[in-house]
Design a protein around this ligand. Structure first.
Ligand code: GLA
Length: 372
């Protein structure tokens, strides 16, 4: 079946090591692309239709390339339609083609299955059109598709990581300038373990957009006192000086952003100097801040992070991604990973009734294109 296609194109899911809810505030983030990914098998079909099918779904969907706006409310295929539309609007050739989708990023896990689908769709369209895909442009257009077709006013982190990831490296990405420094993920005796809390999450879009609006409100007030262009420009000292101008809730949101930006810098340094104890402490502090100040964790993620943090071989643990459900990332002594998982699974089940899933973080490339 797959051999009937001309190209195999992939884009990655991602895990964010640290730097949560700061990308849309112009901050630096520290994600890595995962080997869990979306694969598109694609061939041109000489028509005006993009025909979609899935390895894991019986559905078949046909998109008219001259009318891509009309697919916003599709259950399956809206991300592909949105990505094709934003790519087309940017002046790129979008040809009729058959696409078979195979996604190994668990949906709703906070590991960016949607970014993987969007970015791989754009890269697949490039392949059939004979164009070389600029991964940064693909990421920007995929982000626009997420905003317009999924209603999430997201930052650039997920799509950038999905497109531009590099095997064995995390990305210290400046979301204001899109400068990216690749940092080798060398964890010594430790490994990253990802755990999914498996709580079906709702209201993610509206809460996410609300948080983003609150940071914009903070910026507007603080700009009356400072000459910053984004919240991430503010040092912790400057923030402390002007925080009194903000209402209590908005002050908490902004305080998270300012201090999370400091932690990202320290975490990247800790990784570079091999200080796993410090890296772990920063992960814990990030979770605490997302829980108490930014309020995007929830009972399940808090229970999962607490279960991880209570294991003696765990240097630190935090939620990763947008929050309200999804995954944690933990830094765990390599030779204790199995014991860690058993401990966390039990403590988490006892606390919430849910069964967690675990994934080893295999850090991989972003977009790949293979001629079949
Ligand atoms: C989601 C968004 C990202 C980012 C994270 C939180 O994954 O898509 O842009 O804001 O949440 O860090």
């Amino acid at each position: 079946m797959k051999e009937l296609y001309d190209y195999k194109v992939t884009a990655a899911g991602r895990v964010n090591v640290i730097g949560e809810h700061v990308d849309y505030c112009g901050g630096k983030v520290f994600p890595a692309a995962l080997s869990m990914k979306n694969t598109v098998y694609v061939r041109a079909n000489g028509t005006d239709k993009i025909n979609l099918s899935w390895t894991t779904l019986p559905d078949k969907v046909s998109l008219d390339i001259n009318n891509l706006e009309r697919y916003k409310s599709l259950k399956y295929g809206n991300y592909q339609a949105g990505s094709a539309l934003t790519w087309q609007r940017a002046g790129h050739k979008v040809l009729g083609c058959d696409m078979l989708m195979d996604c190994t990023v668990p949906f709703g896990s906070g590991l960016s299955s949607s970014a993987a689908i969007e970015v791989s769709t754009i890269a697949a369209l490039c392949a059939v059109a004979g164009e070389t895909c600029d991964p940064v442009e693909a990421a920007l257009k995929a982000q626009q598709a997420e905003r317009e077709f999924a209603g999430v006013n997201c930052g650039i982190m997920d799509q950038y990581a999905s497109a531009c990831g590099k095997k064995g490296h995390a990305m210290l990405l400046d979301c204001k300038t899109l400068d990216c420094e690749y940092v080798p993920v060398v964890l010594g005796d430790y490994a990253f373990v990802i755990a999914n809390c498996n709580k079906p999450h709702s209201l993610v879009e509206s809460k996410y957009n609300e948080r983003r609006a609150q940071t914009e409100e903070a910026l507007e007030v603080l700009q009356k006192h400072t000459d910053i262009t984004c919240l991430a420009d503010l040092s912790a000292e400057e923030f402390a000086r002007h925080a009194g101008a903000l209402s209590p809730v908005i002050e908490r949101r902004a305080r998270h952003v300012v201090h999370e930006c400091v932690r990202v810098r320290e975490a990247a340094q800790a990784m570079q100097t091999g200080d796993m104890v410090l890296l772990g402490k920063l992960l814990n502090a990030s979770h605490e801040s997302l829980k108490e100040l930014y309020e995007v964790t929830g009972k399940e993620l808090d229970a999962l992070a607490a279960a991880a943090q209570s294991h003696p071989a765990c240097a630190g643990s935090r939620m990763t991604g947008g929050g309200f459900g999804g995954c944690t990332i933990s830094l765990v002594k390599k030779d204790c990973v199995e014991d860690f998982k058993a401990h966390v699974a039990k403590a988490y089940r006892d606390a919430t009734g849910y069964t967690a899933d675990f994934y080893e973080a295999d850090i991989s490339d972003g977009i790949t294109v293979e001629k079949l």
